[in-house]
Design a protein around this ligand. Structure first.
Ligand code: GDP
Length: 196
C-alpha cells in the first residue's frame, strides 16, 4: 500500500457530515498534543497534510483523506484539552462513541498516546468503546525518541499488560515521527486493515 498517494478529501464539522459510509476507513484519535498530526504526516511522507497543532482545544474539524478509491484516513479532533466547555466535551464524546459503534466502513482505530503519559482516562474510555464495538485498536506510544531504549521497553510492556484488561483486539507499539522508529510495524497493521 502506498501511503504517499494521499489526498485531502473533506473537512467535516461533525460525524454526520462524514463521507458516505462505504469502503474502508481507519480513524486516528488521541489527546491534543499526542503527536497525531506528526504521525499522519510521517505515515504519508507529507510535510503538512495534517496540521500540527498550534492552538490545542480550539473547535476542530474532522479531516478526511483518501489513499485509494474507497480507502480513507479519518483524523479525529484531539481531546482532553482542559479549557473546552463541559457541554462541548460531552457532545463530542457522545458523537464519537456513536461513530465507533455505527460506522460500517471503520475497520480500525489508531490511538496515539505520548509514551511519557500513556493511558489517561479519555484514552481508556475510547479504547473501551472501540473494544465494545469489536473494533481493532492500535495504540502508538508516540515520541518514543524522548526515552532511552530501556525506559521505552518498560513502558511498552506495562501498557501491553494494562490493555489485557480490555479483553479485545488491542495492539501496542512504540513510534517516533522524529526517528521513524516503529514506522514499518505501523504500516503493516494499516495494510492489514485496508486489505480486509
Ligand atoms: P497533535 O496535537 O496530536 O496533532 O500533535 P502534534 O503532531 O502537533 O505534535 C505535538 C508536539 O509534539 C509538537 O511540538 C511536535 O513537534 C511534537 N512531536 C510530535 N511527534 C514527535 C516525535 O516523534 N518526537 C518528538 N520528540 N516530538 C514529537
Amino acid at each position: 500500500f502506498n501511503f504517499q498517494q494521499v489526498s485531502f478529501l473533506t473537512s467535516a464539522p461533525d460525524i454526520r457530515a462524514l463521507p458516505a459510509d462505504t469502503g474502508i476507513e481507519v480513524a486516528f484519535a488521541g489527546r491534543s498534543n499526542a503527536g497525531k498530526s506528526s504521525a499522519l504526516n510521517t505515515l504519508t511522507r507529507q510535510n503538512n497534510l495534517a496540521r500540527t497543532s498550534k492552538t490545542p482545544g480550539r473547535t476542530q474539524l474532522i479531516n478526511t483523506f483518501t489513499l485509494a478509491p474507497e480507502k480513507r484516513l479519518i483524523d479525529l479532533p484531539g481531546y482532553g484539552f482542559a479549557k473546552v466547555p463541559l457541554a462541548v466535551k460531552e457532545k463530542w464524546q457522545k458523537s464519537l462513541s456513536e461513530y465507533l459503534q455505527q460506522r460500517q466502513s471503520l475497520k480500525g482505530l489508531v490511538v496515539l498516546m505520548d509514551i511519557r503519559h500513556p493511558l489517561k482516562d479519555l484514552d481508556q474510555q475510547l479504547i473501551f468503546w472501540a473494544v465494545e464495538s469489536q473494533l481493532p485498536v492500535l495504540i502508538l506510544l508516540t515520541k518514543a525518541d524522548k526515552l532511552g531504549p530501556g525506559a521505552r521497553k518498560k513502558v511498552l510492556l506495562e501498557v501491553r499488560e494494562a490493555v489485557l484488561a480490555f479483553m479485545g483486539d488491542v495492539q501496542v507499539q512504540v513510534f517516533s515521527s522524529l526517528s521513524k522508529l516503529g514506522l514499518p510495524e505501523f504500516e503493516q497493521v494499516l495494510n492489514g486493515w485496508f486489505s480486509d
